[in-house]
Design a protein around this ligand. Structure first.
Ligand code: PRP
Length: 214
């Protein structure tokens, strides 16, 4: 089983969940420069990729399974199965900006975002014309320097917005980390895919129990 995981925090959590289920990876997993890690039983490989590339690896079958944020899945719109919510990495996908920059009668807006497809779909549905600038990071800077009136971005703690004088203007969706599966792998390696899902589900349950106990 090849599992593509977004590098960083998601990769660490995935390892934690799989280890909890008895799939042991060598300690070198912490070395993020190594891009493939094989479990000691050699049944699982973790592939470390950029979050936005996870759906591509899974759709094309280079990975059987992917672990990535719902925001990336929504933006990418790939032909994969989305099977599990791992209940971590909880964020909101929002429209944000300075207070009053999105009045109820708005007809057009300039928007900066890492999520142009999500933004376009959201504003099209609301009947608002948009000019969208695609950025790769530091999105909150855009309204400050007049690149856009609003941004579409994820908010976790809210501190980046706060520190830059911005506020949430609308919520688009709640997002968390999800498991996606290649359609052919699901058909041909059903047992292995289900086993992996069970291990991850145990991780979710373990985490739920810990949350309740603390
Ligand atoms: C993300 C997101 C926000 C920030 C939100 O950026 O784009 O800027 O985190 O988190 P907060 O609500 O906890 O402040 P990221 O850290 O990925 O950096 P980036 O600006 O390079 O995209």
């Amino acid at each position: 089983m090849k599992i593509a995981v977004a590098k960083g925090r998601i990769a660490e959590k995935a390892r934690e969940f799989l280890t909890g289920g008895g799939i042991v990876f060598p300690d070198t997993l912490l070395d993020e420069r190594k891009l493939v890690i094989t479990s000691k039983d050699e049944d699982y490989q973790l592939l470390f990729v950029k979050a936005s590339d996870v759906p591509t690896y899974v759709e094309k079958g280079a990975a059987d399974i992917g672990i990535v944020g719902k925001d990336t899945i929504m933006e990418d719109g790939r032909d994969v199965y989305e099977l599990q919510d791992l209940e971590f990495g909880n964020c909101q996908l929002v429209v944000a900006g300075f207070p009053n920059s999105f009045p109820a009668d708005t007809k057009s807006l300039t928007v900066a975002t890492k999520y142009p497809s999500i933004a376009k779909a959201y504003f099209d549905k609301a009947g608002i014309r948009t000019e969208i600038s695609r950025l790769s990071g530091s999105i909150e800077l855009a309204p400050i320097v007049g690149l856009s009136e609003v941004i579409v971005d994820i908010v976790e703690t809210g501190s980046t917005l706060r520190d830059n004088g911005l506020v949430i203007l609308r919520e688009i969706a709640k997002v968390s980390t999800r498991v996606i599966v290649n359609k052919a792998s699901y058909a041909t390696k059903t047992t292995e895919v289900k086993r992996c899902m069970e291990l991850l589900e145990k991780g979710v349950e373990g985490r739920r129990a810990n949350t309740h106990n603390t």
